[in-house]
Design a protein around this ligand. Structure first.
Ligand code: URA
Length: 239
């Protein structure tokens, strides 16, 4: 991996800032100063910045969980309810959820111990897309759905414009399945938006988080992200 990217992954600074740090001669590989951000390094190289050894990113973990309903997405629960951590076996000591999914919601939940990436993926500034499938009561009119793209006012705050599609109806149009794309992640946002147009959510599933989908991951199971998926997330948030 290129040195600048390696430093960014190890949490030293963004990729661009890491390049500056390297050009300033503050980085050594195996005891030799290098000023080349594109120099290749591996986990076996000893890298220092300003004389301090890097902890390295080899202990960073990135896991995609297909969360079932019935688990809360916090590390601990004061009411002893089952948490997503109980689905992670031995990994649980080292990971935490990126953003949250309500206990009764299901779908893709990224878990990592990479604090900077987690922070950026959930910050509205980086516009990371989250796509939800929401079953709602009744059949919303076109006008009601159009309010999503304008940004609904909830508790006096205007939400960012959201993508909205009607996917199908059921029970003789007494229920509808909506696809909702958000770039911010306020608490209970989808539920609050749907309640605001008088079509409360009865079931909520996240199908996509920053391009990550469950694919054929069974509910309740997880997989590690691939190197290319991690790179894509990094690029998405300017790291
Ligand atoms: N919006 C919600 O209302 N709930 C979730 O779990 C996620 C988004």
């Amino acid at each position: 991996m290129r040195l600048a990217k390696y430093l960014a992954r190890a949490g030293v600074a963004s990729r661009r800032r890491s390049e500056d740090i390297i050009r300033q001669g503050r980085v050594q590989i195996n005891g030799q100063v290098t000023k080349q951000p594109q120099e290749n390094v591996t986990d076996h190289d000893h890298i220092t910045v300003d004389g301090k050894a890097l902890k390295g990113f080899e202990n960073k973990l990135y896991v995609l969980l297909n969360k079932p309903a019935g688990f809360i997405s916090t590390v601990h629960d004061t009411h002893q309810r089952p948490t997503v951590m109980s689905l992670l076996g031995d990994l649980k000591a080292r990971l935490y959820p990126v953003g949250r999914l309500d206990a009764d919601s299901s779908g893709v939940l990224l878990m990592t111990n990479d604090g900077e990436l987690a922070y950026r993926l959930t910050h509205p500034r980086y516009q990371v897309k989250k796509v939800y499938h929401a079953w709602v009561k009744g059949l919303p009119t076109k006008e009601a759905l159009a309010l999503f793209s304008k940004g609904l006012v909830i508790d006096g705050h205007k939400s960012a414009p959201a993508g909205i599609k009607l996917l199908k109806t059921a029970y003789n149009k007494r229920a509808a399945l909506l696809e909702i794309t958000l770039t911010e992640g306020k608490k209970r946002q989808v539920k609050n938006m749907c309640s605001a147009i008088n079509h409360p959510v009865t079931e909520l599933h996240r199908v996509n988080f920053g391009g990550l989908k469950a694919g054929n991951l069974e509910k309740g199971s997880y997989r590690f992200l691939t190197e290319s998926e991690i790179n894509k997330l990094y690029r998405m948030v300017g790291l």
